[in-house]
Design a protein around this ligand. Structure first.
Ligand code: PLP
Length: 485
């Protein structure tokens, strides 16, 4: 059966309901009937669909196929690393001995789980060059908050209460200034130079006794390796501040460069981007913070330690406290552990090599078709601008929508904010040349359509179950319930 593409051709489950139809038949009662403790807890008036099991399975399977997902489509959503994640890592997280441990079990009954976390702390420390790792944060932004709280605690211990300024480049991900502000800092934006690096002179202007830290993303959110990085870190340290690294883009650097060696004092990783948990959809994530000597005593609690008796949970000496219930998102940690172990040293290095090669392949193939924001060797993602299409009245949004008709998820749009009509494309390390060639052909075809038939492009998508949605209302006032007509 082919997938219904018309929104009307898949009746809601409630509309398929036939009175008396059921998905399961229970055998006759062979035990004494029991009274319910409180019959008022049972609602008789609920309208539930009366359907068979195959109807339910088909309904939800078809519904799932109406979406674009990494298991069905190329998903070049820049900054999100929507790569293919090997299923073996899910299988490891589903193993009964792993999935069924309870977070309140005593340390001596979960030595295997603690051992896994201990080793993962070690791997992430090795990958980032840092001295200690806290696995508790549940997202990238949560890791940022942890880092900023550690910076604040450290500066207070030094008696430097006047350091309340955090400098952030104007290309940064929005979570960076939000995290700094939540930790009580004032945020100052630092301009990028014409090459897409942070402007060293502009940083020097704010590098004084009020500077607490700089938050830098590397590679930055323009998909570029900031070639001033060492000078930037030295400038901050000379001024007495600390350097925070947003490591959400670590798939571009794995096995090649360690943030600690470049001058970072703290960096968070997005396990749900780089290390094998799919990102997006509001699912679980993990944003471990990795720190150098300076911030080691402040790590969020708990961390896993090893001593003669085995593994145990420990509370760092000057910890900023607890950031999540129990130990963080254990299942995500297991996937990351499995990912690192299956790839090993050489595999991780190939990840970054392929991620960067693929983005540069797209850059080279499309630079004559679309404007490039910064035309220099990129890292794991490339940012085009649809400003050259403006003369036809077509915007980046229209191009992104038209890509859906060609069977590709749209790229990230209008970010970073400093690029006009930005289309931020991250092919990721796991796509084949054939897939990327298909994407390149689609982008070129759309560029032609923009010239020949711009109104068709502006009315796209045409082949999806629904066309343009009212995205603001969909997120502000979502209608998730069926109401009787
Ligand atoms: C995704 C991302 C974040 C935030 O991560 P979340 O897990 O979504 O909170 C921060 N910085 C950059 C550069 C990112 O790409």
């Amino acid at each position: 059966m082919s997938m219904p593409l018309n929104a009307d051709s898949l009746p809601l489950l409630m509309e398929q309901s036939v009175q008396g139809r059921a998905g399961a038949v229970l055998p006759p009662l062979d035990v004494p009937a029991q009274e319910l403790p409180d019959a008022s807890l049972v609602r008789e008036d609920l309208q539930l669909p009366e359907v068979t099991e195959p109807q339910v399975v088909r309904y939800f399977t078809l519904l799932s196929q109406r979406n674009f997902g990494i298991d069905t489509h190329f998903y070049p959503l820049g900054s999100c690393s929507m790569k293919y994640n090997p299923k073996v890592n899910d299988e490891m997280a589903f193993l009964p001995g792993i999935a069924r441990v309870h977070p309140s079990q005593t340390d001596d009954t979960v030595q295997g789980a603690l051992g896994l976390m201990y080793e993962l702390q070690g791997y992430l420390a090795e990958i980032t060059g840092m001295n200690g790792v806290g696995l508790a944060p549940l997202a990238g932004a949560h890791g940022e908050l942890a880092g900023m709280l550690m910076v604040r605690a450290c500066l207070r211990d030094r008696g430097e209460h006047q350091r309340n300024l955090v400098a952030i480049p104007d290309s940064a991900h929005g979570t960076n200034p939000a995290s700094a502000a939540m930790a009580g800092f004032d945020v100052v934006s630092v301009a990028s130079d014409e090459h897409g690096n942070m402007d060293v002179r502009a940083l020097e202007d704010v590098a004084d006794e009020r500077l607490a830290a700089v938050m830098l993303t590397l590679p930055n959110t323009l998909g570029l390796f900031d070639t001033n990085i060492i000078e930037l870190c030295e400038t901050v340290h000379r001024a007495g501040g600390l350097v925070y690294g947003d490591g959400a883009n670590m798939n571009a650097m794995l096995g090649r460069a360690k943030p600690a060696q470049l001058g970072f004092d703290v960096v968070h990783l997005n396990l749900h981007k780089t290390f094998s948990t799919p990102h997006g959809g509001g699912g679980p994530g993990a944003g471990p913070v990795c720190v150098g000597e300076t911030l080691l005593p402040y790590l969020p609690t708990p961390v896993v330690e090893m001593n003669g008796d085995g593994y145990s949970l420990a509370r760092p000496e000057k910890t900023i406290g607890k950031l999540s219930g129990h130990h963080g998102n254990f299942g995500v940690l297991v996937r990351a552990y499995s990912y690192i172990r299956t790839l090993g040293n050489t595999g991780l290095k190939q990840v970054s090599g392929d991620a960067v090669l693929h983005a540069n392949y797209l850059l080279a193939s499309l630079r004559d078709t679309f404007d490039v924001a910064y035309d220099r060797t990129c890292m794991h993602e490339v940012i085009f601008s649809a400003r050259a299409q403006a003369h036809a009245g077509v915007k980046g949004l229209d191009i992104a929508k038209r890509l859906l008709d060609y069977g590709f998820h749209a790229p990230t749009m209008y970010f970073p904010l400093i690029v006009q009509e930005a289309l931020m494309i991250e092919p990721t390390e796991t796509e084949s040349k054939e897939t990327m060639d298909g994407f390149i052909q689609a982008m070129k075809a759309i560029a032609g359509e923009v010239e020949d038939d711009p109104s068709m492009v502006k009315a796209s998508p045409h082949n999806t179950p629904v066309s343009r949605l009212d995205e603001a209302t969909a997120s502000r006032r979502p209608n998730l319930r069926w109401h009787a007509p």
